[in-house]
Design a protein around this ligand. Structure first.
Ligand SMILES: [Zn+2]
Ligand SMILES: [Zn+2]
Length: 383
């Protein structure tokens, strides 16, 4: 079978320069790496070809000979004086031959795993999220709440060491504590997480029978949480160190409580202010008076209704709103009057209203500018 052209093997045009050759080879090496080609049986062979091509083309002398004579340059002493360029090395030596790009490739393949000196003893536990719904009244006053969180906690039997009573953690015999092993894969040397210790660098003679050596167990944890006054939907409360336990003595993660404040049946909240609609009788609205309104603190406030109040009139109760979470002034409560039309009238009540209506024709009591303008509009329509 005719040997493929070296440039073609690397996907290059004939006579490509050194930089292009190196780049093309790196690309090929990544594409054909055994880890990425477990289902491509040709990959190793293709890589050997690419490697052979690179061996020749990266060397200025060999490249010059190949450019001139092709594959014949390396077949039996045709290469000219001085011993001539030597052919590619045997495949067993390839790994050392491409060491200059190997480090580059390695960095890519191993991702971030090499950071930290190759040891992954301790690992921080995961952060946890807990959603907590609270009533508006509780958001007003703040509350102490006990919550139950499923989490991983330090194993009580081995106190996180992963070893059963008396059994000391020992340096992993497979990786000598490095957490990684080097293995020959084809002609590649690859670094892998140690299968014995899973990267920890340590093993135990007698793994803890409770946590099977992990050093932590799944458990429901009860926590008493202080929810401060003034929380809103979206407020996050961080409980440092209350997340999942770390692995092998690493620090625990944090627990984040996400607050959702439930809708209230009468109060609407806007930041620290509260709004509510208060029904008033037609008589109270017309004559003026006093009403009692509920407040978020569970109490009641008396509010004066001015004579002649229209539906929709707003009144402010200072500092009867919500507390501010991070200092600042307490909000206000706004009430909006909703004048009620009386229903289910007795005949006597109807009689009085009719009389009232007759009197109203002589003395128009609807004194608001709105009613005046509406009345004026209708009068003009009637022409
Ligand atoms: Zn190991
Ligand atoms: Zn244990």
């Amino acid at each position: 079978m005719a040997k493929r052209d070296y440039y073609e093997t690397l996907g290059l045009a004939k006579g490509a320069d050194a930089a292009a050759i190196k780049k093309a080879y790196r690309q090929k090496a990544k594409e054909l790496h055994p880890d990425r080609n477990t289902d491509n049986p040709r990959a190793e062979e293709q890589f050997k070809e690419a490697n052979e091509a690179y061996e020749v083309l990266k060397d200025a002398d060999k490249k010059a000979a190949y450019d001139r004579y092709g594959h014949a340059a390396f077949e039996g002493g045709m290469g000219g004086g001085g011993g001539g360029p030597r052919g590619p090395q045997g495949q067993g030596d390839f790994a050392s031959a491409f060491s200059d790009v190997f480090d580059d490739l390695f960095g890519d393949f191993m991702g971030g795993q090499r950071a930290g000196g190759g040891r992954t003893r301790a690992a921080r536990g995961a952060d946890l999220r807990f959603n907590l719904r609270v009533k508006l009244e509780d958001a007003y006053s703040g509350l102490q709440k006990t919550i139950t969180v499923p989490t991983a906690v330090t194993c009580g039997n081995c106190h996180g060491t992963g070893a059963d009573d008396g059994s000391e953690a020992v340096t992993c015999p497979t990786c000598s504590g490095m957490g990684k092993v080097r293995a020959q894969q084809g002609f590649f040397t690859v670094e892998r997480t140690c299968p014995t210790c899973n990267g920890a660098g340590q093993t135990v003679k007698n793994p803890c029978h409770v946590c099977h050596g992990a050093g932590r167990v799944e458990k429901e944890k009860s926590l008493s949480v202080n929810i401060p006054a003034g929380v809103e939907t979206g407020t996050r409360i961080r409980l440092a160190g209350e997340g999942e336990a770390g692995m092998r003595g690493g620090p625990a993660g944090d627990l984040y409580i996400f607050i959702e404040v439930e809708d209230h049946k009468i109060f609407e909240r806007e930041s620290t202010n509260l709004f509510c609609r208060v029904p008033v009788s037609i008589a109270s609205a017309a004559l003026g008076g006093e009403i009692e309104v509920p407040t978020i603190d569970g109490g009641r406030s008396r509010v004066k209704i001015p004579e002649g109040s229209q539906s929709g009139r707003q009144m402010r109760l200072r500092s009867k709103g919500m507390p501010a979470l991070r200092g600042g002034a307490t909000g206000d409560m706004f009430i909006e009057l909703a004048v009620e039309t009386p229903v289910n009238l007795t005949s006597r009540q109807k009689e009085i209203l009719r009389e009232f209506d007759t009197l109203s024709k002589d003395n128009n009591p609807q004194g608001s500018s709105f009613f005046k303008s509406v009345k004026g509009f209708w009068d003009s329509m009637k022409g």
